[in-house]
Design a protein around this ligand. Structure first.
Ligand SMILES: [Zn+2]
Length: 98
């Protein structure tokens, strides 16, 4: 894995079959829901206490919670999920049995 080629197909989180730059076989890597489960735990342990504190401190309407935490969770997922999935694939690529 040279880090020069594309890891995911454009606008998706589907792993390409082979690296464009070094032709490394990437199609066999299936990490399943590993990255998503990691983010579920991360967001669950951080956003739920923040939402509780925000509700106690500011008492926003329910739709305010939906908009605010929807944007926060969606933004964190959009930013962190590709990097997390790429890191897990990198670990699997480096440490898999040959
Ligand atoms: Zn490569």
């Amino acid at each position: 894995m040279c880090r020069a080629g594309r890891l995911f197909r454009p606008w998706t989180l589907t792993v390409v079959d082979a690296c464009d730059a070094c032709n490394a076989d990437l199609g066999a890597h299936d990490i399943g829901d590993g990255a998503a489960v990691f983010l579920i735990f991360l967001l669950g342990f951080t956003v739920v206490p923040l939402a509780w504190w925000f509700d106690v401190a500011f008492a926003p309407p329910l739709w305010g919670h939906v908009v605010l935490w929807g944007v926060v969770c969606g933004g964190v997922i959009a930013l962190v999920l590709p990097a997390t999935k790429a890191y897990i694939i990198l670990l699997e690529y480096r440490h898999r049995r040959r």
